[in-house]
Design a protein around this ligand. Sequence first.
Ligand code: MN
Length: 265
Amino acid sequence: MPHATAPLDLVTSVATGELGIVDLTFTLSPDFPVIVLPPELGQAAAIRIEEISHYDSRGPAAYWNNVSFSEHAGTHFDAPIHWFTGRDLPSNSVETMPVEHMIAPACVIDCSQSAQADADFLLTVSAVETWEAQHGAIPPRCWVFLRTDWSKRTGRDYANLRDDGAHTPGPDASVIRWLVEQRDVLGFGTETIGTDAGQAGHFQPPYPAHHYLHGAGRYGLQCLCNLDKLPAKGATIIAAPLKIRNGSGSPLRVLALVSKCSSAD
Ligand code: MN
């Protein structure tokens, strides 16, 4: 058997700066917007951080907090069990999913200009084919990240809620089905508050990213940031959700390993 040197190479490459690490994670705080669903549905709880002690009478030696939030708070991971289409799949929760799926390459599709021009911008098959003409086909078992620069928005502009719901970019139904069936993607990631577009409740099927990804045992990542610091191809993503019992998702730290030698495309 060949000697397994890769983990040591990884550590060395990070130490020498040959390999950069980009943090794709927002700070988890009560200020971060939480998804709002129609009022007749159950709602995600607010993100709370409460001090237990702060080197004071409650604990002279220690600073620590109680935190509480939904499984889908801040930068977070969606597991197949999150959607009805994935409810009966094996190993479909963050508890049971294969750890091998927590490290995977990413393809980043830059739609930032389109999303700036149109908050309801939708990624299509033809847009991905245009990307592939430049960068080559999306390899199997990759993350596909939709770069919109939405993570640069702050306050109300981030959730972009209007009377008729959220207006944020995302994939159309055809492209997400195509990515799963024709490109065998591991998952799909966005900078917005969900993997689906803000208006995707009106799509057929409703919330197609959730429908097709989770129905095929694939994953979602959302509320990512710093996608503009990634190459179109060549980043390796580390996304290991918390091991919550039968969990449908979790906030997590998402890191991208990027070779300093790799070009921007
Ligand atoms: Mn989610």
